[in-house]
Design a protein around this ligand. Structure first.
Ligand code: ACO
Length: 427
């Protein structure tokens, strides 16, 4: 029970009000203002929710000042180094890492559920060849809700988990099919013999029935090092507490809509370049800059208050020291430098931007550091993945986070429909 309180006095009326201070297990204390409107007749004002906690959660913890990120209490560095993405999914959903048998069963179930209903596959034909895979992905997840209608009134743990496993398993297939449709080439069905991440790479790149890959780049088969790099990227994206797209997922959940509709809405929110779309924009920007000697001019452009231009992949609402996911990916980049042939002009431009920005007063004083998206693009490019698939890859990783947050919302007896107020300034 709360022991500390916070008093507020209205200077106009002289009336005082007391509010409980809630303590979490980690992070700042939280002022409980649920009765504020009833007590005072006033609303609070906080556009962008910069100081508002909208829920209780036990899933993910971020300390933006320290650059700390934990899933279910376990540091992201530990998970990225010692565990796979599927182990991380199990951890998020079940609050603990799996033992060997639990992992085998979970892995097998995810492999079995990766297939798409034949009817759903026809949907892709409705989209133009040049459709962005994020648009197709969001629409296909909406369509998935129509195939699994029995989940509208989910009552128990098993049903929650079945629905979660299904969407985690099918997302890579939907993403790969969206991509192959955009190229006008035949789909590659999931292969039950392959791991989650290798299966996705295969569905993206393989020729039907063969071992050669679309983006073979001198080698015939997918390398283990590529699978490991992509698996780490999935793990780093698995959850990020109450970010913009997760807030959208919880908002849709609050109306009682189908969980896959909530996820489809999360995909839409992620697409924007202030959020998950930044990874595609980072590479587009590096390509636009085109050579190392132009970097300084673009840094000056980013600093100009009269110019809207921003350095993509820099800055974060929560991390004001460093983004721990970015640090892990930077180390991974260094580690994979030779194996993935990262010695490219894009890499040289990225390094130069990093070097200048990290020592520049404008970026230092505003606490603007490279975020996760600054590094994912370079690694994904080295994996022969085209830019348009960067944000869908973010979606694949984040699906477990969205669905875990959705389950937490549904189980929370204090949860309410999301319905903020406004400061009306009209006529
Ligand atoms: N380049 C240049 N200046 C920047 C940048 C940038 N990337 N980011 C912020 N600034 C400046 C702003 O102009 C502002 O300057 P001012 O105080 O002189 O007006 C100051 O830094 C604060 O910026 P805000 O927009 O208020 O910061 P906020 O926390 O609201 O935004 C955000 C964070 C959206 C990530 C922002 O830094 C940005 O647009 N970055 C580029 C896009 C990006 O990389 N997004 C990915 C985020 S990570 C993720 O979603 C997975």
């Amino acid at each position: 029970m709360p022991t500390n309180t916070f008093s507020l006095t209205n200077n106009q009326t002289g009336e005082s009000y007391k509010y409980n201070i809630l303590e979490g297990t980690r992070g700042p204390s939280v002022l409980d203002i649920r009765t504020f409107f009833a007590d005072t007749g006033m609303f609070t004002y906080d556009p962008g929710f910069t100081a508002t906690a909208a829920c209780e959660s036990t899933i993910t913890f971020i300390d933006g000042k320290k650059g700390e990120l934990r899933y279910r209490g376990i540091a992201i560095e530990d998970l990225a180094k010692h565990h796979t993405y599927l182990e991380t999914c199990y951890l998020l959903l079940n609050k603990q890492l799996p033992n060997k048998e639990e992992l085998q069963n979970f892995d097998l179930e995810i492999r079995h559920r990766a297939y798409l209903h034949k009817g759903l596959q026809k949907l892709f034909d409705a989209f133009p060849d040049n459709a962005h895979p994020m648009a197709t992905l969001s629409a296909a997840v909406t369509a998935l809700a129509s195939f699994y209608n029995e989940h509208l009134d989910i009552e128990n743990e098993d049903e929650y988990l079945e629905m979660a496993h299904r969407i985690i398993a099918k997302m890579p297939t939907i993403a790969a099919f969206s991509y192959r449709h955009s190229l006008g080439i035949p789909f590659i069905e999931p292969n039950i013999d392959l791991s989650f991440t290798k299966n996705f790479l295969t569905m993206m790149r393989a020729y039907p029935g063969g071992k050669m890959h679309l983006y073979a780049n001198g080698h015939e088969e997918i390398k283990d090092v590529e699978v490991r790099a992509l698996d780490t990227i999935f793990t780093l994206h698995a959850d990020h507490e109450q970010n913009a797209s997760t807030t959208v997922v919880r908002g849709v959940a609050s109306t009682g809509a189908h969980p896959y509709m909530a996820i489809s809405s999360g995909i839409a929110a992620l697409w924007g370049r202030a959020h998950g779309g930044a990874n595609e924009s980072v590479i587009a920007q590096l390509e636009y800059i085109a050579s190392v000697d132009k970097v300084e001019a673009f840094i000056e452009k980013a600093k100009d208050p009269n110019d809207d231009f921003r350095l993509m992949g820099f800055g974060h609402r929560v991390y004001k020291n460093f983004d721990p996911r970015a640090s892990i990916l930077k180390s991974l980049q260094d580690e994979l430098h030779d194996a993935l042939n990262l010695d490219t002009e894009l890499m040289a431009i990225a390094r130069k931007i990093e070097e200048i920005a990290l020592n520049d007063e404008y970026f230092i004083s505003r606490k603007l550091y490279p975020n996760i998206d600054f590094y994912t693009g370079i690694i994904l490019t080295a994996l022969q993945i085209p830019k348009s698939m960067f944000t869908p890859i973010f979606v694949i990783g984040r699906t477990v986070g969205w669905i875990t947050q959705w389950i937490e919302f549904k189980k929370d007896k204090t949860s309410k429909i999301a319905r903020p107020r406004q400061l009306y300034r009209g006529k």
